[in-house]
Write a protein that binds this ligand. Structure first.
Ligand code: GLU
Length: 427
């Protein structure tokens, strides 16, 4: 079995596997939907890969050099857009895969963006705040030539947050000589960030889940849910789903999880993790491993951790009949096949977790306009976009008699291919 508790030890080759998975899904959809073969290699290839080295001075006076990446996958539909990840397992293959998924995601929900992703190989938990600031400022200055409000707009991803985005904003603004709000999203609200951005990915997961359940004449209060991963996405998804009446029977972080068939108090678990740094010791249930969480008794499984967690080892044992992919790339293509054979429905990543980049888009628009929306407007416009995307994917899945992943990827890839066809090639 592949343990998910220690990502590095478990997945020595995971990033390479992740890029392979993203390409496998891409080719599978390309073949199934018989898209125009002329565009295959162009669509499958990142437009630009920048590797940077970021030397910083540590608090103890030593100098350490960190490796960073920015991969710009495709910009046929608009400026590049996508998050920045701080994690020890970041490598070029992982960032390439994430950038490709971001391209399909942005196209699928109809945002005027291409797809990109960035990453720095570091352990954000062991860096001091001051070290993290120096690293962020150096990384920003190294990728400066290729980012900008009309070029490429970064945002948070795993291991980064609104504080990191504030440093990025400041570094970029200092270098261009004026405040440039629209260069980055996911900023603190007091610095031109959008209200609702922090919870947006989790909120989008909840909207897509509710809209899917309505197609089978159910509502959120009818289901039990297990959530793997209790970072920003997992926490807010669990909280908002619980608020609408579902029982959250299992949650986990990277060290392990808890199970309680009566339902876990998510707000209390959130407070516990903020105070102690991990779930372990939270007494509202029985301790389980991350592996046990994946295969526990529940109606809906929400993988909200990292890529490659739902593998062929676990897929045959998964009891949930619905998987909502809140993480990027959690299900391997091998597991995807097994789950399809077992009649498990999957709401794929690029649909289910698109709420974050959607509110990032709202933030970018607000920054360009210098006019800021209130929370009800952000939430209702997010709901509209998430439900529209689900409905378009559902229609294709019904018409073509295919699964939701094929329909969602097909729609996203098809829109990018159409933009390329209309623009033609330069020169
Ligand atoms: N990193 C997030 C994602 O995976 C958000 C990207 C953004 O807001 O630009 O979609």
């Amino acid at each position: 079995m592949v343990p998910t508790t220690n990502r590095l030890a478990a997945n020595g080759h995971a990033p390479a596997k992740f890029w392979q998975n993203a390409t496998t899904y891409f080719n599978r959809v390309f073949d199934e939907l018989q898209l125009d073969n002329n565009w295959r290699s162009l669509l499958a290839t990142p437009k630009r890969i920048l590797t940077v080295s970021c030397p910083i001075r540590l608090d103890d006076g030593r100098i350490q050099t960190f490796t960073g990446y920015r991969v710009q996958h495709n910009n046929a539909l608009g400026p590049f857009k996508g998050g920045i990840r701080y994690d020890l397992a970041v490598d070029q293959n992982e960032v390439m895969a994430l950038a490709m998924l971001q391209t399909w995601k942005n196209a699928l929900v109809g945002l005027p963006y291409g797809g990109a992703k960035g990453g720095v190989v570091c352990d954000p938990k062991t860096l001091s705040l001051a070290e993290k600031e120096r690293l962020t400022r150096r990384y920003t200055s190294e990728v400066m030539p290729i980012i900008g409000p009309e070029k490429d707009i970064p945002a948070p991803d795993a291991g980064t947050d609104s504080q990191v985005m504030a440093w990025l904003l400041d570094t970029y603004s200092m270098m261009v000589g004026h405040q440039e709000l629209a260069v980055v999203t996911g900023k603190p609200v007091s610095l031109g960030g959008s209200v609702g951005r922090e919870e947006a990915t989790g909120r989008g997961v909840m909207y897509v889940l509710a809209r899917f359940l309505s197609t089978v004449h159910k509502s959120i209060s009818d289901v039990t849910v297990a959530v793997q991963g209790f970072g920003n996405v997992g926490y807010h998804a669990a909280r908002l789903i619980a608020e609408r009446g579902a029982r959250i029977v299992a949650i986990s972080d990277r060290f392990g999880g808890i199970y309680n068939d009566q339902g876990i108090d998510i707000e209390a678990a959130g407070r516990w993790i903020r105070e102690t740094g991990k779930l372990s010791g939270f007494s509202d249930g029985d301790e389980i491993t991350n592996e046990e969480l994946l295969t526990c008794d529940c109606d809906v499984l929400v993988p909200a951790a990292m890529e490659n967690t739902v593998t062929e080892d676990f897929a045959p044992h998964i009891k949930a009949k619905l998987i909502v992919e809140a993480a990027n790339g959690p299900t391997t293509p091998e597991a995807d096949r097994i789950l399809a054979d077992n009649g498990v429905t999957i709401l794929p990543d690029i649909l289910a977790n698109a709420g974050g980049v959607t509110v990032s888009y709202f933030e970018w628009v607000q920054g360009l306009d210098n006019y800021f929306w209130d929370k009800p407007r952000v939430d209702s416009e997010l709901q509209k976009i998430m439900e529209r995307a689900f409905e378009q994917v559902d229609t294709i899945a019904n018409e073509r008699d295919c699964d939701y992943r094929t329909a969602a990827y097909g729609l996203g890839i098809g829109r990018v291919a159409e933009a390329l066809r209309l623009k033609g090639l330069f020169p």
